[in-house]
Write a protein that binds this ligand. Structure first.
Ligand code: ATP
Ligand code: LTN
Length: 336
């Protein structure tokens, strides 16, 4: 579609990211890189999902810094606040408000089946709070308020998106056409980046072993060192195979960053050892992330700019969110 086409003709996209720690290469390849790629073709709304982050305990000062940092990173990635609506979730109160409404149209049984809930409640056994359980209703509110056609997320969020769709259909069946039922948009390449230390698990920013993930803001030496230490196998043959999850993960990462197909990568490293390959992956990732880090370092010090942008983003988001929220409230029977 033409870059200057009026916004109304473009399909709508909505996605959010939690400020729950240092964003990783998994977040970048599985989600954020795609956000940037979608910006010209779609009318995009992107938020820092800070309300979601407190489903696990956060230290106040650290959370505040992470919210700022995540918002700054969105700008550093190259997202344009004129083209896309960029905001912080808690600045638009309709998210929490609609979440309550939707929770009354969500079944206990369907939330109990969420694998992320099962995983996270096992991991944080001392704090299995109600928010962690009902989190998909907040995510459904994030989505449904903006009536998006597509929701880009990594493969791990598919189940939550399904629930959002089910809630929308259920609500619409009772009250008429209130919500748009969105489609998932899951990028093919780099859809699931695995841990560098245990390639059977996804790369996760909350993993305690810092060698298992690469942060988008890691410096070059750190990135190369982490790839050198990546767990592989003893076969020393650069080839994708189900029995070689470590090397397959590195090939997928290299392919996502360089745009080369898996076959091209295998050919390029035919007869070469893992040492050479790991170094090449590390260098390619470092090259891709370096300009983002440089831009981030510049933006994060400009507090005034950040504040202006997240305030105007929230105003723009709320104009849309308010309309949908009031429509839903009215349909349910509230006095407005
Ligand atoms: P946590 O470790 O706190 O659960 P996370 O690292 O899994 O967090 P999220 O904030 O839950 O990250 O995810 C943000 C986005 O990044 C989502 O769209 C998610 O699908 C995507 N994502 C996260 N980790 C990966 C990964 N390893 N591979 C691909 N995509 C990922
Ligand atoms: N749950 C997502 C983040 C998230 C989200 C959303 C993604 C919150 N609200 C709405 C897409 C649409 C996660 O943890 N990755």
């Amino acid at each position: 579609m033409c870059e200057n086409a009026p916004v109304e003709n473009k399909k709508k996209v909505l996605s959010c990211i939690q400020p729950s720690g240092m964003l990783t290469l998994g977040n970048y390849l599985g989600a954020l890189k795609n956000w940037v790629a979608m910006e010209n073709e779609f009318d995009c709304t992107y938020a820092v999902a800070d309300l979601h982050a407190i489903t696990v305990r956060q230290e106040p000062a650290k959370l505040r810094a992470q919210i700022h940092s995540t918002f700054a990173l969105l700008l550093a990635l190259g997202l344009d606040p004129e083209k896309s609506t960029l905001f912080i979730q808690s600045h638009v109160p309709e998210h929490a408000a609609l979440s309550w409404l939707l929770s009354c149209y969500t079944q206990f049984g369907e939330l109990s089946r969420m694998t992320q809930f099962k995983d996270k409640s096992a991991k944080h056994a001392d704090n299995v709070n109600v928010g962690l359980f009902s989190y998909p209703t907040l995510m459904a509110a994030d989505i449904l308020l903006y009536k998006p056609d597509f929701v880009p997320v990594g493969a791990d969020q598919k189940q939550h998106l399904e629930i959002a769709r089910d809630i929308a259909v259920r609500f619409n069946n009772i009250y008429g056409d209130v919500f748009t039922v969105p489609e998932p948009y899951i990028p093919k390449t780099g859809a699931r980046v695995m841990s560098l230390q245990d390639p059977t698990k996804k790369m996760s920013k909350s993993d305690e072993n810092a060698n298992s993930w690469v942060a988008i803001l890691d410096d070059r030496d750190t990135i190369i060192r982490k790839f050198k230490r990546a767990v592989t196998d003893s076969e020393a043959c650069v080839r994708v195979s189900e029995t070689k999850p470590g090397i397959s993960n590195l090939i997928a990462i290299y392919s996502a960053v360089t745009g080369k197909s898996f076959e091209e990568v295998e050919r390029e490293f035919d007869g070469k050892g893992y040492g050479d390959f790991k170094l090449a992956v590390g260098e390619a990732v470092a090259d891709e992330l370096a300009p983002i880090k440089a831009e981030y370092d510049r933006i994060i010090t400009d507090k005034k700019l950040l504040e202006d942008l997240y305030k105007s983003g929230a105003e723009r988001a709320e104009r849309v969110a308010r309309k949908t929220y009031l429509k839903a409230m009215k349909k349910v029977g509230f006095v407005l």
